[in-house]
Structure formats: C-alpha cells, structure tokens
Write a protein that binds this ligand. Structure first.
Ligand SMILES: Cc1cc2nc3c(=O)[nH]c(=O)nc-3n(C[C@H](O)[C@H](O)[C@H](O)COP(=O)(O)OP(=O)(O)OC[C@H]3O[C@@H](n4cnc5c(N)ncnc54)[C@H](O)[C@@H]3O)c2cc1C
Length: 449
C-alpha cells in the first residue's frame, strides 16, 4: 500500500494546503488526490465564454505541485477509514496517511424546478470536460437564460455576449441583482452597466418551470411570462461536497459543512483537517456560522490547515468575506459587512462616503470615478465594512479595506493612513477616497460618542 505523511483530497484549496504543508514541514511526503484530470481556475470559469476564449486557457498548472514536491494521484477517493488511516480510491487503490486534509469543495446547488434535468440546462460545475461541452454548445445558442443574478450569473451574462450575437436574460428572484453581496446603490450601478451591454435583466421573478421536450426551449416565470431559451445556465449557489467526510464519521456543522475549530482541525479527529468550501466557517464579526464560499477564504484556510498539520498553532480569525467582480468594465468590491448586513445583525453604524477619480488630474486617459462607502461601529469607531466601485484599482483597494477590518482599525486610524499616490496610478492624496470616507465619518462618530 502506498503511504504518505499527508494526504490531501481536493483541488484549489487542496493545492494550497499541500504547498503550505511542504513550506512548514519540508521533510514530509504529501500526496494530493484529485478527481479531475485538469483543475480549472474556478473564478475564471465565466471568462472561458468570452475574454479567455476556452477552458484550456483557464487551468491551474500541475507544475505547481511538481515544483513543491507534491505527488498527484488523479482519481476519486470513495472511502476513508479513520481507524486504519487509509483512503480508498474508486479503482481500489489504497493510500495510507498520518494526517488527512479534506478540501473537497462544493458542487452547484440544483433547485427542484420542474424540467431542470432537460438537455442544455447547465449548472456551473467546476469540471474541465463539462465546461468544454458548454463552450461548444454555446456557439449554437440564440437565446440564453441565466437563472440567478449573483456574481456568477452577472459575470456569465457579461462574458457570453462577447463575440456572440445572442440574447441573454438574467432572471433574479430578489429585487436587485447582487443583493446578497452589495448595497442597493452598488447593485443599481452594476445592473445598469450590464444592461448597457444589451443583457436583459428581470428582477423579482422566479423561474417556475423549464420548458421543452427533451431539450430546453424556454422558461416559465412566476409572473406568468414565458421566455425563449435554447440554453439555461444556473448560477444560484453551491452546496458543500461532504458525503465522503460524513461517511467517514466526521462531525458535520452549519449547512452540511465539516465542523472545524480555529486551527482547521476537525472536531472529532485530531489527524484530520478540512479547509475551503467543504469546511464550516465562522464570521469574523460575530463568530456565527456563515455559508460564504470564496476562493480567497478557501486558500487562506488552506494555508492555516497546512501550517498546523504537525503543530496546530496558527489560528483562523474568521471569514471577513472579501468579494470583487467586474461588470462591463466597471469593478465592484465589498469587504466585510454591507449596510444591509449590518442592519440585519442590529449593529449601530456610521457611514462615510467619498468619490474621486482614480488618477490626478482626473483628465488622464482611462481615468475612472471611484466611489467608496465605509461602515464604522457607532460604539467603537472600528471599521466593519466597505464597498467600492470604480476601475481596476478597486480589486486591490478592497483588499486594503480587508486589512483595515482584520486589524480592527478605527476611523481615526484610517484618517492617518499613509498611502502611496501617483498621478497615473491613484487618486490624489488630497481626495484619496478611502481616507476621505473615514474623514466624513469622524464628525458623526464624535457626535455619537
Ligand atoms: C463560476 C465561479 C466563479 C467564482 N468566482 C470567484 C471569485 O471571483 N472570487 C472568489 O473568491 N471565489 C469565486 N468563486 C468561488 C470559488 O471558486 C470557490 O470558493 C473555490 O473554488 C473553493 O475552493 P475549494 O478548493 O474549497 O473547492 P473546489 O474548487 O470545489 O475544489 C474541490 C476539488 O475537490 C475535488 N474532489 C471532491 N471530492 C473528491 C473526492 N472524493 N476525491 C477526489 N477529489 C475530490 C473536486 O473534484 C475539486 O477538484 C467562484 C465560483 C464559481 C463556480
């Protein structure tokens, strides 16, 4: 029987956990077991259908594993015997371990809509061959309906029209697209940007049935309207892939995730760890379980799990939830709580907003207006969240906000923040919008003190 010090089951966060383990414990033998032959960059999946041109241009190279001395075994793990410390593969092969990491991820949520199993209805699976098939089918499509106006649905809608003359409709059950992630003013901006590309957006509408005889021909909406469709893409969320862990007797947590502590160690087996979409998450803010699934969280957890395997000392501070997307060239990002989320948990907040061009002078080529909204606790002045829209710099500005949140900076601290600025690269230091939004929150914060 093959044996390793560490066996990891998974893809994206599995690779990261393996690399982290080898960095901390270079003498340990690590095997990664992965179901897929080729692993895709999951966040790049919508871009397969437009910008990057095909799944072959969106893969995580296996060289990463080789370069880090990790052995790859392709195939599905079908059983874990925790007493014997053995993983059994579908082909019968057995692999022994000292430490095991579950990074088995998630699979798309498939709602019980009548007709959901019709031909050309595609949940967004993270599988190379499957997505290649969707890619070749899409060239024949005239009417595409996307169910779900979250970031996956919106990115697909934006991408699928690139280089294709097709009708695209997004159907969203809530009053706004992206409502679960952003406040209304940012949702409205994102929706308007997508509509500019010719995508049709229907909100407050649910798909009640998928029509067609074998192959999809349309969808029926809750309002009674019928839409023509020769392809349907489902972008309504994901569920953790945890059957193997459950069958191995591991304790399950929130919404069928694997229960882990702050070291990413499972509750009932100190030799088994879990990270990524399959692992339970606690909110950074209130410590309650949260269902958020993001690659950024998955890989952060994987680094912690890998580092802790033979000496559990690194702690997970909880999920801040940092998200970004780009719709028709305008970027949107959120770190931590939105105003809506803060209201839902009953937090007393003060808001500061600011706008500035992302170059100075604003007349520079490709300059873009950046809008920042920061939320501070009325009681402590500590930052609880931030939302930004603008040009490409938003992708990194939102990460700056995440660092501010993680280190519990106050509005006063952010006002004193020393940023680097350059005419072609950033807003002017006089109106730097993160700092100015904090400045604007200071007066109401002082009044409420
Ligand atoms: C279209 C799309 C766009 C996204 N965009 C973003 C984004 O922009 N930013 C962001 O932060 N997040 C994004 N996400 C979310 C992100 O992709 C996930 O959070 C991330 O993939 C989680 O990584 P993971 O390693 O936990 O799980 P996964 O990526 O799901 O990987 C799990 C792996 O484990 C394998 N596996 C499962 N069971 C077994 C088994 N029994 N044996 C062997 N192998 C097994 C699977 O086949 C898979 O390869 C996006 C998701 C999708 C679908």
């Amino acid at each position: 029987m093959k044996k390793a010090d560490v066996v990891v089951l998974g893809g994206l966060s599995g690779i990261t956990a393996g690399i982290s383990c080898r960095r901390h414990y270079p003498d340990k033998k690590v095997i990664l077991i992965r179901k897929e032959g080729t692993v895709l960059i999951p966040c790049g999946i919508p871009y397969i259908y437009g910008t990057v041109g095909g799944p072959e241009n969106n893969v995580i190279p296996d060289g990463l594993l080789e370069n880090n001395g990790i052995e790859l075994i392709k195939g599905e793990a079908v059983d874990v015997d925790r007493e014997k410390k053995v993983v059994t593969m579908k082909d019968g092969q057995e692999i022994g371990y000292e430490k095991l990491v579950f990074a088995t991820g998630s699979v798309p949520l498939i709602p019980p809509i009548p007709g959901i199993d019709k031909e050309n209805v595609f949940p967004v699976k993270k599988e190379f061959d499957y997505l290649s098939e969707v890619h070749s089918q899409m060239d024949e499509v005239k009417d595409l309906v996307i169910i779900g106006g979250g970031f996956i649905g919106m990115e697909f809608a934006d991408e699928c029209r690139k280089g294709r003359d097709i009708n695209v409709t997004v159907v969203e059950a809530l009053p706004h697209c992206l409502q679960m992630a952003m406040d209304n003013e940012f949702c409205d901006e994102a929706q308007a940007k997508l509509e500019e590309t010719g995508v049709n957006i229907l909100v407050n509408e649910k798909v009640e049935a998928i029509l067609g005889n074998g192959k999809v021909t349309g969808v029926k909406l809750s309002g009674g309207q019928e839409l023509k469709a020769d392809m349907v893409i489902l972008g309504i969320g994901a569920v953790p892939s945890t059957n193997l862990a459950k069958n191995a007797g591991l304790e399950m947590g929130f919404k069928n995730t694997i229960k882990v502590d702050r070291y990413m160690q499972t509750y009932n087996d100190p030799d088994v760890y879990a990270c990524g979409d399959c692992a339970e998450k606690q909110s950074f803010f209130d410590g309650r379980p949260t269902g958020v699934m993001l690659a950024s969280i998955a890989t952060a957890e994987a680094r912690i799990a890998g580092a802790n395997l033979f000496s559990p000392t690194h702690q997970n501070c909880g999920a801040i939830s940092v998200f970004s997307t780009v719709i028709n060239g305008r970027a949107f990002g959120v770190a931590g709580l939105t105003e809506r989320m803060a209201t839902q948990i009953g937090a007393r907040i003060v808001i500061g907003t600011a706008e500035a061009p992302d170059t100075h002078p604003g007349g520079m080529p490709n300059s873009c207006l950046t809008k920042v909204k920061l939320l501070f606790s009325k009681d402590t002045g500590v930052i609880m969240g931030g939302s930004i829209s603008g040009g490409k710099p938003v992708g990194e500005m939102i990460n700056v906000l995440s660092a501010c949140i993680m280190h519990r900076m106050t509005a006063d601290d952010i006002v004193k923040f020393q940023m680097g600025t350059h005419p072609a690269l950033t807003s002017s230091p006089i109106v730097y919008p993160i700092v100015n939004a904090a400045c604007k929150a200071i007066i109401p914060l002082k009044k409420s003190a």
